[in-house]
Design a protein around this ligand. Structure first.
Ligand code: NAI
Ligand code: MG
Length: 331
C-alpha cells in the first residue's frame, strides 16, 4: 500500500486531481490517499494558505500528487509552489515533453526532458524598492545547486540511453551568474564522455525549439528559463493540458503538471486532465510501479489515437469526466 498526499489545489486543480486519482486507482495499484489542501480556496475557508496538516502529511508520506495553486500577480502572498520546493529542497524540476502518437500537433517525434533548477535564481524572492520608481531583484546562482541539477540531468541521460545534454543559459550577458551555471555544468559533463555536451543561449534556444524541437534530448537550465521553456515546449506537443512534471528532492517528491490553475476554464468541467494523469504515471514510476505507469501512458495514447473522446483544448467536445472515463476504459 502506498500512502500518498493529494493536494487538489485551486481553479481546475480539483477537477484534474479527481481524474488523476480515479485513473491511478483503476490501475489496481493499492494507494491510500490522504487529501489535504493548500492555496486560495482553503485560505478563503480557513484563513490559512497552507494549514499545518499539509506539512504533516507531506512529511509523513514523502510523496504527493498536487494540483495547481493560484498565486496573485504583482501583489499578495509568495508562491506556495516555490515555498514547497525550497522548504523541502525539491531541487529537480523534471518535465518530459513528448509527442503523443495520435494527437495532431505542429510537430511529430519530439522526445525531450527538461531539468529545471528548482530552488534558486530569480525565484529566490529577493526583491526591493531602492527608491520610488526603481525596483531591484537579486539573481542567486550557486555552484552547489548548479552542480546537483547538472549531475541529475547527465545521470538521467546516462541511465536512459539519451545522447545529448543541452545546457541553456545567458552567460554572454550574465557572465558571473549564468557563467557559473554553465561552467559548473561543463565540469559535470566531463564525467560523462559518451554523452554529447552542448550549450545554447536561451534566446537562440527558443528559436531552435520552435523550428527543430526534435534535435533536443535532455535540456538542463536555471529556474526562470526552465519555467518559460517548459510552457514553450508544451505548446509544441498539444498544449499545457498534456505536459506532466515532478519536483524531486533527496527523499521527497511532489508530482504536478506544468500548467497553472487555469482560472479561465475553472469550474466548467472541461479541463484536460492528461497532464496531471501523466504526472501520476511519473509518480507510479517513482514508487516502483512501472507496469501500472506504462498502462496509464498506453491508455492515454489509445484514447488520443481513437480521437472520438477528446477535450476542448485538443479540438474535441468531451468533458473532463467523459475523457477520464474513456482513458479508464482503455486501461
Ligand atoms: P495556466 O497554466 O493556468 O493557463 C494558461 C492557459 O492554458 C489558459 O488558457 C488555460 O485555460 C490553459 N490550460 C492550462 N491548463 C489546462 C488544462 N489542463 N486543460 C485545458 N487548458 C489548460 O497559466 P496562467 O493563466 O498564467 O496562471 C493561472 C494561475 O496558475 C496563476 O495564479 C499562476 O500563478 C498559477 N500557476 C500555478 C502553478 C502551479 O501550481 N504549479 C504553475 C503555473 C501557474
Ligand atoms: Mg510555469
Amino acid at each position: 500500500m502506498h500512502h500518498i498526499t493529494l493536494i487538489p489545489g485551486d481553479g481546475i486543480g480539483p477537477e484534474v486531481a479527481n481524474a488523476a486519482r480515479k485513473v491511478i486507482d483503476a490501475t489496481g495499484v493499492k494507494v491510500s490517499w490522504e487529501t489535504v489542501n493548500a492555496g486560495e480556496a482553503v485560505w478563503k475557508s480557513t484563513g490559512s494558505l497552507v494549514p499545518d496538516e499539509v506539512f504533516q502529511s507531506l512529511e509523513q508520506n514523502r510523496v504527493a500528487l498536487k494540483g495547481p495553486i493560484t498565486t496573485p500577480v504583482g501583489k499578495g502572498f509568495r508562491s506556495i509552489n516555490v515555498m514547497f520546493r525550497t522548504k523541502y529542497d525539491l531541487y529537480i524540476n523534471m518535465r518530459p515533453v513528448m509527442s503523443i502518437p495520435g494527437l495532431e500537433t505542429p510537430f511529430n517525434g519530439i522526445d525531450l526532458v527538461i531539468f529545471r533548477e528548482n530552488t534558486e535564481d530569480l525565484y529566490s524572492g529577493i526583491e526591493n524598492i531602492k527608491e520610488p520608481g526603481r525596483a531591484e531583484a537579486t539573481k542567486v546562482i550557486t555552484e552547489y545547486a548548479s552542480e546537483r541539477i547538472a549531475e541529475s540531468a547527465f545521470r538521467y541521460a546516462a541511465e536512459h540511453g539519451r545522447k545529448k545534454v543541452t545546457v541553456v543559459h545567458k552567460a554572454n550577458i550574465m557572465k558571473l551568474t549564468d557563467g557559473l551555471f554553465l561552467e559548473t555544468a561543463r565540469k559535470v559533463s566531463e564525467a560523462y564522455p559518451t554523452i554529447e555536451f552542448q550549450d545554447m543561449i536561451v534566446d537562440n534556444m527558443s528559436m531552435q525549439l520552435v523550428t527543430k524541437p526534435q534535435n533536443y534530448d535532455v535540456i538542463v537550465t536555471t529556474n526562470l528559463y526552465g519555467d518559460i521553456l517548459s510552457d514553450l515546449c508544451a505548446g509544441l506537443v498539444g498544449g499545457l493540458g498534456v505536459v506532466p512534471g515532478a519536483n524531486i528532492g533527496k527523499d521527497m517528491a511532489i508530482f504536478e503538471a506544468v500548467h497553472g490553475s487555469a482560472p479561465d476554464i475553472a469550474g466548467k468541467g472541461i479541463a484536460n486532465p492528461t497532464a496531471l494523469i501523466l504526472s501520476g504515471a511519473m509518480m507510479l514510476d517513482y514508487l516502483g510501479e512501472k507496469q501500472a505507469a506504462d498502462m496509464v501512458r498506453k491508455a492515454i495514447q489509445k484514447t488520443m489515437e481513437k480521437r472520438t473522446v477528446m477535450t476542448v483544448d485538443l479540438g474535441g467536445k468531451a468533458s473532463t469526466e467523459a475523457f477520464t472515463d474513456a482513458i479508464i476504459s482503455n486501461l
